[in-house]
Design a protein around this ligand. Structure first.
Ligand SMILES: *[C@@H]1O[C@H](CO)[C@@H](O)[C@H](O)[C@H]1NC(C)=O
Ligand SMILES: *[C@@H]1O[C@H](CO)[C@@H](O)[C@H](O)[C@H]1NC(C)=O
Ligand SMILES: *[C@@H]1O[C@H](CO)[C@@H](O)[C@H](O)[C@H]1NC(C)=O
Length: 311
């Protein structure tokens, strides 16, 4: 009865009124906010617009679909995106936002934390922990289906994100009821050496990139983010308790992947036919290791600036 009433209220008064929204969320326990997931759209976007990342395509589609199909998940979805810069971590984050919310990344339920902006000083960890806990708690009270992105985890002062431990697990500690429907994504470069080494060994053994299995990297990434002093997960109970659902490894890109990024960028400017620019930009990038030149050092990161040099 109460729930029906609150639904009617919601239609009578625009839910933009956040007091009503909050009331509705508290009573109904199924507040879906602006949540309009489009899993097929996400899969298609990952498949079409992300280059050279078969592990990412598989894991992200699979985990997100599985999580959203469960109306009553027993723990939130916690992903850790790891890999060198320019390999698509930010791109996949925006794909997630775009296909989960009606108003995409600008949705009030998509939250982004950047250490250099929100948590710049290592000696303020205690304060940051309090801030972060109260933000996340407040945000989840407004919308259970909130998404939290933590950028540049390699710059996050150790200890800060640990305050989220009770939110990430299946524990019975109750901060209101709805915290298990949230999605957390931790993004960073920590672990890139491990990923690059596996990719290199695979390449030197003459195997296809697609033969790299997630299994080869999960445990190594968990240990690396835990042991590395330049990691927001340094000595973190979140790792010790295995609260990360999946580590998502972004592999270093090869020249033909970078060239696909260039082509796609050119096409969006109506210049699909400029093979000369594709070739020139591909040739102007730096590749490692010295022996073999297999992987681009900057991936697709500097592509736009480079294109302008050759147009
Ligand atoms: C939600 O999080 C943001 C930071 O992203 C914070 O500024 C805001 O106060 C939080 N909202 C609530 C209701 O706590
Ligand atoms: C991380 O630290 C643990 C415990 O000290 C150790 O057993 C493990 O080998 C380390 N792993 C890496 C990849 O350094
Ligand atoms: C790791 O955390 C434990 C407590 O959880 C602490 O006793 C230990 O000193 C920490 N280690 C490092 C290297 O900070």
């Amino acid at each position: 009865m109460l729930t029906t009433l609150s639904v009617q209220l919601l239609f009578l008064f625009n839910p933009v009124n956040s007091v009503l929204q909050q009331l509705y969320c508290t009573i109904a326990d199924s507040c879906n906010c602006d949540f309009k997931p489009n899993i097929k759209g996400l899969e298609w976007d990952l498949y079409r617009n992300l280059y050279g990342q078969h592990l990412v395509q598989d894991i992200v589609s699979e985990e997100v679909a599985k999580f959203l199909q469960n109306k009553n998940p027993d723990r939130p979805l916690v992903l850790s995106f790891n890999g060198p810069s320019g390999t698509g971590k930010t791109l996949v984050s925006s794909m997630l936002g775009n296909h989960l919310y009606g108003s995409a990344m600008s949705s009030p339920y998509v939250h982004q934390f950047v250490p250099t902006l929100h948590f710049p000083l290592p000696d303020r960890v205690k304060q940051y922990r309090e801030d972060l806990k109260s933000w996340v708690q407040g945000n989840l009270t407004e919308c259970a289906r909130s998404v939290f992105f933590f950028d540049e985890m390699e710059k996050m002062p150790p200890g800060v994100v640990d305050v989220l431990e009770p939110f990430l697990g299946p524990s019975h500690v109750v901060f209101r009821t709805n915290y298990r429907k949230a999605i957390y994504v931790f993004i960073g470069t920590t672990g890139e050496e491990v990923i690059t080494r596996v990719a290199l060994e695979n390449r030197q053994a003459g195997r296809d990139r697609e033969e790299i299995k997630l299994h080869d990297l999960q445990e190594a990434l968990a240990q690396t983010v835990h042991n590395s002093s330049t990691s927001g997960f340094f000595n973190s109970s979140i790792i010790q308790q295995r609260l990360i659902t999946r580590f998502v490894p972004f592999l270093p890109l090869c020249r033909h992947h970078v060239e696909r990024c260039v082509r796609s960028q050119l096409c969006s400017q109506g210049l699909c036919s400029r093979d000369d620019v594709v070739e020139a930009v591909g040739g102007a990038m730096t590749y490692t290791p010295f022996q073999g030149h297999y992987f681009s050092s900057t991936g697709c990161k500097a592509v736009t600036a480079k294109i302008n040099l050759f147009l």
